[in-house]
Design a protein around this ligand. Structure first.
Ligand code: IPM
Ligand code: MG
Length: 344
């Protein structure tokens, strides 16, 4: 059986708890004839910043690059002062993972505002307004530089069109912009997307202004298949999509580059419940499934997805955010049980 090295970045808050749950699920695959995973945990985030003054130690970044892929919990980036680094942005930039793939869909047994949503936000994550170029002009004026490059826009667009092809849903990519206000940056982003679109004649390509898109996602969410967006617009739209579907507790993501990749839940560190063992582990477990799929183990990934959906549909074991009383461990045990039944 194949063997994969996984660099785990547990991070802050509930991050260590939910990555432990995902590791247990991956170990269940190995114990049932699936691939093997060698986990290697490294510090990143606010905790290590307080201890050592760096939020992304060089040793952590080297380990992330050396492993087959990376599983991240969550990092408390808001607590790190300017000058202390932005570890998530750095991880994305250094691993050159232009596109974050963020699927959202309604799930049987989980209440959601939309009847039917099944879309993927493909978000550029290395530049745009989160380029990490930010400075004070004087005491009363601060600037952030919104960087858009043809290279990153093209890579992200290609991931979006590949997703639209693989999903076999509507076969539609919606590129989101505000070109009326951001003529040069969003002009270049749209030009790159249009160029990629020519390579995919079977996929419908359309554009939307960010504000109109946000409204349409709430009024007509079933319209959307793959949404292609720059960094900040995609950050916001992926939370809207998650909220319209099954909530942030179930929102998984994977960042894909040419050479490196990493996978993480869309949710943050949830400091209000950190350390209590009650965080919903599903978003991280579903992110681990995306990771396993990216490694080429589609059958194992399908089995993890199905095990999570089995437990959610059965309804008896749920964490507090889903209206239940289960701990993270109990929910993970239930998912492992369902996975063993599927693999057995
Ligand atoms: C996300 C998060 C991060 C982002 C934060 C924590 C910096 O909101 O991955 O969506 O905006 O990229
Ligand atoms: Mg976000």
């Amino acid at each position: 059986m194949a063997n994969y090295s996984i660099c785990v970045l547990p991070g802050d808050g509930v991050g260590p708890e939910v990555t432990d749950c995902a590791r247990r699920v991956l170990d269940t695959l190995s114990a049932n004839g699936g691939p093997n995973f060698d986990f290697d945990a490294h510090p990143a985030g606010h905790g290590i910043f307080l201890a050592e003054g760096h939020s992304m130690p060089d040793t952590t970044m080297a380990a992330a690059k050396a492993a087959d892929t990376v599983l991240l919990g969550a990092m408390d980036v808001a607590q790190i002062p300017h000058g202390g680094g932005e570890p998530l942005g750095q991880l994305r930039q250094d691993l050159e993972v232009s596109a974050s793939v963020r699927p959202s869909r309604t799930i049987s047994g989980i209440p959601s505002p939309a009847n039917d949503i099944d879309c993927v936000v493909v978000r550029e994550v290395t530049e745009g307004l989160y380029s990490r170029i930010e400075y004070m002009v004087n005491n009363d004026m601060a600037c952030a530089v919104r960087v858009i490059t043809r290279g990153a826009s093209t890579k992200t667009a290609r991931v979006a069109f590949e997703q639209a092809t693989a999903r076999q849903k509507q076969g539609r990519v919606t590129a989101v912009h505000k070109v009326g206000a951001l003529k040069l940056t969003d002009g270049l982003f749209l030009e790159a997307a249009e160029t990629v679109a020519r390579d995919y004649p079977d996929i419908e390509f359309e554009t939307r202004n960010i504000d109109a898109c946000a409204m349409e996602m709430i009024r007509e969410p079933e319209h959307f298949d793959v949404i292609l967006a720059t960094n900040t617009f995609g950050d916001i739209l992926s939370d809207i999509a998650a909220g319209m579907a099954a909530g942030l507790g179930l929102a998984a993501s994977g960042c894909i580059g040419d050479q490196w990749s990493y996978f993480e839940p869309v949710h943050g560190t949830a400091p209000d419940i950190a350390g209590q063992g009650i965080a919903n582990p599903c978003a991280t477990i579903l992110s681990a499934a995306m990771m396993v799929r990216h490694l080429g183990e589609a059958a194992s990934a399908d089995a993890i997805d199905a095990a999570v959906f089995d437990v959610l549909a059965a309804g008896g074991v749920r964490t507090g955010d889903l209206g239940g009383k289960a701990t993270s461990t109990e929910m993970t045990d239930a998912i492992i049980g369902a996975l063993e039944r599927r693999l057995g």
